[in-house]
Design a protein around this ligand. Structure first.
Ligand code: FE2
Length: 291
């Protein structure tokens, strides 16, 4: 484990409020994987640069066993965080990797990949998240990029209050994450809060931010955020961060980023800026030019 002692505690003097709580939508994707779409299409503008967050978690193999056979992507990045379970990834750029307990797979589709994500277990719990992070228009057609991080590879810190923080992207308490992105300055933290702990994270003004609680319950600026709820944080121009408090043990994702403020044209696994670019992606995929 890559645990670092936090070098600083940046104070948050005015904390963002909860704008609204969102209940995810039950759906299926891939070859019939049951999941909860937490960040849905209708929130893409509000939570720009994030396009989607899926939560999957089941101990019934029927819910996950079929996985996600070969499918394309273009124009954005997928970040898969596996809490429990084993998933094999293969893509048309020749990358292959096994994602398991606590690991992260970061894939930049760029101008295009075709990949598969197939569970490597026939029983037991599979739990995790897939986040879609948009790319700015000038990076959408970049070459694909891919990296696997095992749990041990991910930077981690424990605050004075005992909050264990995994820094998947961005920076927290002086610890730099596994991945940094200039255009969106994406922040992606997994927080494990012991009972009665308080966690403060500075957030730049104007960055869209949300918290997804997946164990226990937290309070943000006086509002309770129960398990399996996403709290969209208000973009208060006076606020300089978020403060999360746990009454009992709790686990939550804190995700934030600088909005791209560009048009979003999405057709399934392609996310571009214009309809014409979507037609081009479809043509390229059909003619085998995507990968
Ligand atoms: Fe995919």
């Amino acid at each position: 484990m890559n645990t670092t002692t936090p070098s600083q505690t940046t104070p948050v003097t005015r904390a963002r409020a909860v704008e609204r709580l969102v209940v995810g939508m039950a759906t299926t994707d891939g070859a019939g994987v049951k999941l909860t779409r937490v960040l849905t299409h209708s929130l893409q503008q509000r939570l720009d640069p994030f396009l989607m967050l899926d939560a999957f978690g089941s101990d019934d193999p029927h819910d996950y066993i079929a996985g996600f056979p070969d499918h394309p992507h273009r124009g954005f990045e997928t970040v898969t965080y596996m809490i429990a379970g084993r998933m094999q990834h293969r893509d048309s750029a020749g990358n292959e990797g096994l994602l398991e307990n606590g690991g992260v797979q970061w894939m930049t589709a760029g101008r295009g990949v075709i990949h598969s994500e197939i569970p490597q277990q026939e029983e037991g719990v599979m739990e995790g998240f897939q986040l879609w992070l948009n790319l700015p228009s000038h990076e959408k057609m970049n070459a694909p990029w891919y990296r696997d991080f095992t749990a041990a590879d991910l930077p981690r810190l424990v605050t004075d209050a005992g909050v264990a923080v995994t820094v998947i992207a961005g920076e927290s308490h002086g610890v730099r994450g596994a991945v940094t992105r200039e255009a969106t300055a994406a922040l992606y933290l997994d927080l494990h809060l012991p009972a009665r702990a308080r966690f403060a994270q500075p957030l730049p003004v104007g960055h869209n931010a949300f918290v997804y609680v997946y164990r226990g319950e937290v309070r943000i600026a006086g509002d309770a955020v129960p398990s399996q709820r996403m709290a969209i944080l208000a973009n208060d121009r006076e606020a300089d961060g978020v403060v999360i408090e746990a009454s009992g043990d709790a686990k939550a994702l804190l995700i934030a980023g600088r909005p791209l403020n560009e048009p979003i044209a999405q057709y399934g696994p392609f996310v571009m800026n214009t309809k014409e670019e979507i037609y081009q992606a479809l043509n390229d995929f059909r003619d085998g030019r995507l990968a």
